[in-house]
Ligand binder design. Structure first.
Ligand SMILES: [Zn+2]
Length: 293
C-alpha cells in the first residue's frame, strides 16, 4: 500500500526535537520558513526537507550589508503611524543578509525550495514575528521586498534544479507572473499549497504549466467547505493533486495528522467518483513532483 503523503507541513518556531522524533509511516515534506525552524529541520531524520523563507518572515532578511537595522526595516516595512513603527523596530532582531543565509545554510541534499511566496494580506504581529498569538499591527512588508526574496529563492530553485512549494494570498496574478518568468522555461515543478486562486487563475496554470504544476490540498483551507473542496478536485488534473496538513508536526499527534490526510483522500475519492486508489495516486504524483528536473 502506498504511504499517505503530507506534501506541505511545518515545525513550530524554535522547536527542538530529537533527530528521529518525526519519523512516521506517512511521507512528510517539511517546509522551513525562517532560520529558527531550519535550525531544527536540518538535523531531523526521516522526512523530506525544504529550504526557504516564508513571506511572513522575509522582513528579517536584507539584500544590503551597508544598511543598519533601522534603515533596513524603514526600507522594507510600510506604516502610517511612526509610534507603531518605533515600537516594532524595538522588538525586531538585527536583519540577516539573505545571501549569507543562503550560502551558509543551503544544502544541495534538500528536496525542495519552500515555503516561499507572496502574501498581500499579511500584517506584522506587534511582537514583530509570527510566533505565537500576538495582536496584529497595521504594519506591512512591502510587496517589492516580498518579491525580491521570492525571486531570489526561485532563482535558487532554478540553479539547483529543485521543485518549489509556494504560498500565495490575494496576489495570484503576480505570483503566476513571477513563476512564469523565473521558473516555467526551466522545467521547475511548482506546488501551490492550500491554493485559494480563482478558477480562471487555476486554469491558466494548468494550461501553461501542463504537468509541472501541482496543487496540494488541505483540510483546513480547501475542505473547510467539503462541497467546494470536491468541486476544486474535479477541475484539477488527477496527476497534479497532492495532500497536505500545513500543520506544525511537533504540535500534533501522528494520529491526528494521519486522520486529516485520510479525510482529504476520502473527499478526493468521492469527488472523482471512481474506484481509483487515491493514496496510490497521490504518492505517484508526489514522487513526480519531488523528483523534478
Ligand atoms: Zn505552509
Amino acid at each position: 500500500m502506498a504511504p499517505l503523503v503530507d506534501a506541505h507541513c511545518h515545525l513550530s518556531w524554535n522547536c527542538s526535537l530529537a533527530p528521529n522524533a518525526l519519523s512516521s509511516d506517512h511521507l512528510r515534506c517539511v517546509m522551513s520558513t525562517n532560520p529558527n525552524d531550519w535550525e531544527t529541520l536540518k538535523k531531523v531524520e526521516g522526512v523530506r526537507k525544504c529550504f526557504g523563507v516564508h513571506p511572513w518572515y522575509c522582513h528579517l532578511f536584507s539584500f544590503d550589508e551597508n544598511l543598519d537595522k533601522r534603515s533596513h526595516y524603514a526600507k522594507v516595512l510600510e506604516w502610517k503611524d511612526d509610534t507603531e513603527f518605533e515600537s516594532i523596530l524595538s522588538v525586531l532582531p538585527e536583519p540577516v543578509l539573505l545571501e549569507s543565509y543562503i550560502s551558509q545554510e543551503f544544502d544541495p541534499q534538500i528536496d525542495a525550495i519552500g515555503e516561499i511566496g507572496l502574501d498581500k494580506l499579511f500584517r506584522l504581529p506587534q511582537n514583530g514575528l509570527y510566533i505565537k498569538s500576538s495582536p496584529l499591527s497595521r504594519i506591512r512588508v512591502s510587496m517589492s521586498h516580498q518579491l525580491a526574496v521570492f525571486r531570489r529563492f526561485c532563482q535558487l530553485a532554478r540553479t539547483e534544479g529543485k521543485p518549489v512549494s509556494v504560498h500565495g494570498v490575494k496576489c495570484h496574478g503576480l505570483l503566476y507572473d513571477v513563476c512564469s518568468q523565473e521558473l516555467m522555461a526551466y522545467n521547475i515543478n511548482v506546488c501551490l499549497h492550500s491554493v485559494t486562486a480563482s478558477k480562471e487563475t487555476l486554469k491558466r496554470w494548468i494550461k501553461h504549466y501542463n504537468k509541472r504544476i501541482f496543487f496540494s490540498l488541505s483540510q483546513c483551507i480547501n475542505f473547510k467547505d467539503p462541497a467546494a473542496g470536491r468541486e476544486l478536485v474535479q477541475m484539477l488534473p488527477q496527476e497534479c493533486i497532492l495532500t497536505e496538513t500545513d500543520f506544525p508536526l511537533d504540535k500534533y499527534k501522528n494520529s491526528e495528522l494521519v486522520q486529516q490526510l485520510q479525510y482529504i483522500c476520502g473527499q478526493i475519492e468521492i469527488a472523482l467518483d471512481s474506484s481509483i486508489d487515491v493514496p496510490q495516486l497521490i504518492y505517484t504524483n508526489f514522487c513526480r513532483y519531488i523528483e523534478s528536473s
